[in-house]
Design a protein around this ligand. Sequence first.
Ligand SMILES: NC(=O)c1ccc[n+]([C@@H]2O[C@H](COP(=O)([O-])OP(=O)(O)OC[C@H]3O[C@@H](n4cnc5c(N)ncnc54)[C@H](O)[C@@H]3O)[C@@H](O)[C@H]2O)c1
Ligand SMILES: [Zn+2]
Length: 375
Amino acid sequence: MKRALVTGGAGLIGSHLADLLVREGWTVRVLDNLEPQTHRRGKPDWINKHVEFVEGDLRDRETISAALDKIDIVFHEAAYGGYMPEIAKYVHVNSFGTAQMLEVIREKKLSIQKIIVASSQAVYSEGAGICPNHGLVFPPVRPIEQLRKGDWEVHCPICGAITKSAPTPENAPVGGETVYGLTKVDQEKLVLLWGKQMGIPAVALRYSCTYGPRQSIFNPYTGVIAIFCTRLLNNLPPVLYEDGEQTRDFSFVEDIARANLLAAETDKLDGLAVNVGCGKGTTIREIADRVSDALKIDIEPEARGEFRPGEMRHLTTDATRVRAAGYEPHVDLATGIARYLDWIRSQFSVRDYFSEAATILRNKGIVHQVERARQ
Ligand SMILES: NC(=O)c1ccc[n+]([C@@H]2O[C@H](COP(=O)([O-])OP(=O)(O)OC[C@H]3O[C@@H](n4cnc5c(N)ncnc54)[C@H](O)[C@@H]3O)[C@@H](O)[C@H]2O)c1
Ligand SMILES: [Zn+2]
């Protein structure tokens, strides 16, 4: 019987993964500090009865040492995520937390058999594009000066032509254009490098946008489907950044949990960074429309000319590598959104936290406004 540590196992992905591992007969320990931004009402009621739940911060050396005791496989899901206004906290939780965990494994000579780290497609600078003149190109992040003018397109780095979004493979340049993205690069590089040096198989799963039941309804900084739902349920319009035509690849949380189990069980992905997604881009405007249709709340989304520097325009997953190892997403967007809405309806009050957060994000320079044409 395998023994797993799931860090962040009270959260969206970690909790579904813990459920799956329990169903598969694993012994599961969860370490989670119940980050208040995500868990405003304390310990959630969905934590599986069969897991050993440890409430604690992975940045605490003693806590992580104890949590790693007698563990075979580490699923490192805990992270500080989204477009939060902090800078240092990302580095502390994500980069430092991961580095220290690896140090503890080395120091204590723990017989960990595999480490799977939750990375993100936020590690890319921009999604791949097809230039009419140059074919497949990897454009850099769009310059802020361009965005200020309200030009949202992704231009070819060679000739400047407008590119069309293409699936992004793992060998696309990895940059990290947000603090979050930067720390995800740190996490995956640390774990893969460490794994190689110490002979511990390691896999970095670069998830696409993940959604589903249990996605925090309190966190206005991340999770577009959850944010749009809470806006609409409060009779407020969803707010689109840019023009809402940017695309993302959405994965239902149970599919992401299955990808983790697969990564644990196969050796085909060892030592690699691996995209996990469905390979289909959906515009954020379409997400707003789908959510409002499904809720039967007819409020048009609003585009206020705001943008977030560092944000990608398009990201569609090239899932060739993970599919070759046997991964297949099971839940399509319509079914997944319906399941999320069923869950959200069971939550007794759904408040809008976005309006307040929007002001903070503007004041801290995370959300910018296009320049109005001078008179
Ligand atoms: N949801 C997505 O769209 C998405 C996409 C790509 C990657 N990821 C990555 O997947 C992982 C899981 O994300 P999620 O969507 O389930 O987020 P989540 O916020 O729902 O879960 C993260 C959990 O980690 C816990 N946590 C945070 N800091 C901690 C600390 N210092 N010590 C212990 N626990 C801590 C939180 O309390 C929370 O329960 C993260 O690493 C995230 O970066 C998520
Ligand atoms: Zn070109």
